[in-house]
Design a protein around this ligand. Structure first.
Ligand code: GLU
Length: 469
């Protein structure tokens, strides 16, 4: 059997990290076995579905690299198919018209509540054929009344629900639109889905969906209902806990691989391994290994993974993801060192790509002001002499390289008989504007000879003016 899975979001908002996790799990099990992964847009709720949300979901999936092998299918394009199957069920007496008015349904519900019963449709129109003329009606599925529905969930274990608990579900609304539970069933069948991986919030729909599949003589797929993601306070993860949209993580400077690694571990484990390459995920991930307990989102761990991937991913690959941030922060890198070299120099110093751009401006842009605290401490009159000497030595270099830069700094300290820090720190503030940068040989090599010398000159002027004032 070839595995075929699907991700079936309703386009009513952005791609949520919870959705991304079920998409990842579905994608992984298909990938692992050379199976197929279908993307299906469940847009039957015409009022809440938007093109903007569809675009946001596709963008999120692409950014994560969760490529689908089929689709996207759109449910709104399949109404004819749903309706013809509903017609078939009516003809087979497996579905029927219900003419209950909203008032009648309300009265039914109130009566049941008053008796302390669970509100449910009583089946008043099950066997009636005295259809009133010109009255709106819905189509309900004739759920079996005897026996039970049993399925083996890959996460939650054996689930059994008595049919007596399930009322006759509306499958076609009075406006002629088919409902969620019916469309899902038809799609999973038509698209040959073998494994349904989705959120725990759908587990109560599954027995109803299985009954409809049986009525259609369709095969029953396997199911895995994944637990919710919680915030650090134990409540369901929502906006007030921070970012919940996948694209917001892109905007904040995370690498997709870090988020994928984080999401795969959120609710699944393989011993105590924390870092998983995509290849390892594909090899090791199993539906049966998913935890039943809800998992709490831990931003610190995600940050740790992001740092790991920024450091260990080839700079050229990081550069591709950095481009969005360069554009976002409007940093023009056309007049300066290769961005890959800056990434290599700075990777150890940042948690996110956003920070990486923030702290790398001085490689590409001149500045006229120094970080006030750093200047106060390091651009003092006593720094003028070492700065002037190192400036001359740097200006005289004929083979600008890390080694020749380091030699110029060393010679300056030796000639003046001062510690390296007394040359290094003023030089760092002079050339980068602040007291934080990678080692000076690397930094100056990247900034370039002319700019380094010119910036030291600027710092000397600053010291001079400071003395006067
Ligand atoms: N469209 C449903 C949702 O976004 C998912 C349905 C399913 O996976 O079966 O919640």
């Amino acid at each position: 059997m070839t595995i075929k899975t699907r991700f079936a979001p309703s386009p009513t908002g952005y791609l949520h990290v919870g959705g991304a996790r079920t998409a990842l799990y579905s994608w992984l099990i298909a990938q692992a076995q050379g199976g197929e992964f279908v993307l299906r847009i469940e847009d039957t709720d015409l009022e809440r579905s938007t093109q903007e949300a569809i675009d946001a979901i596709l963008e999120g999936m692409k950014w994560l690299g969760l490529e689908w092998t089929e689709g996207p299918h759109y449910q709104t394009k399949r109404f004819d198919r749903y309706k013809s199957l509903i017609q078939q069920l009516i003809e087979q007496d497996k579905a029927y018209r219900c003419y209950c008015t909203p008032e009648e349904l309300d009265a039914m519900r109130e009566e049941q509540m008053a008796k302390g019963e669970k509100p449910r449709y009583t089946g008043v129109w099950r066997d009636r054929t005295d259809y009133p003329e010109d009255q709106p009606y819905v189509i309900r599925f004739r759920n079996p009344q005897e026996g039970s529905v049993v399925f083996e969930d890959h996460v939650r274990g054996r689930i059994e629900v008595q049919n007596a608990e399930l009322d006759d579900l509306i499958i076609l609304r009075s406006d002629g639109s088919p409902t969620y539970n019916f469309c899902v069933v038809v799609d999973d069948w038509d698209m040959g889905i073998t494994h349904v991986v989705r959120g725990e919030d759908h587990v109560n729909n599954t027995p109803r969906q299985i009954n409809i599949l049986k009525a259609l003589d369709a095969p029953i797929p396997e199911y895995a209902h994944v637990s919710m993601i919680l915030g650090d306070d134990g409540a369901k993860l929502s906006k007030r806990h921070g970012a919940v949209s996948v694209m917001q993580y892109r905007d904040e400077g995370y690498l997709p691989q870090a988020l994928l690694n984080y999401l795969v571990r959120l609710g699944w484990s393989h011993g105590d391994q924390e870092i998983f390459s995509l290849q390892e995920m594909k090899e090791l991930f199993k539906l049966d290994g998913i935890n039943k307990a809800a998992s709490a989102f831990n931003t610190e761990k995600l940050v740790w993974l992001n740092q790991h991937y920024i450091k260990s991913t080839p700079a050229a690959e990081v550069a591709e993801h950095l481009q969005w941030h360069l554009d976002d922060q409007k940093l023009d890198i056309s007049n300066g060192p290769a961005i890959e070299a800056v990434i290599t120099a700075q990777a150890e110093r940042v948690k996110t790509l956003k920070e990486l751009v923030e702290i790398s401006r001085y490689y590409y842009e001149d500045f006229t002001e120094f970080d006030a605290k750093a200047a106060k401490k390091h651009l003092r009159p006593v720094a003028a002499e070492p700065l002037a000497l190192v400036k001359d030595k740097l200006a005289a270099i004929t083979d600008w390289s890390e080694a020749s830069i380091q030699a110029a700094i060393n010679e300056t300290a030796e000639e003046l008989e001062i510690g390296m820090g007394k040359v290094g720190m003023p030089l760092r503030v002079a050339t980068t504007g602040s007291g934080n940068s990678p080692s000076l040989d690397i930094t100056l090599n990247l900034i370039g000879q002319a700019k380094s010398v010119q910036r030291i000159g600027q710092a000397l002027t600053f010291i001079e003016q400071r003395e006067k004032s």
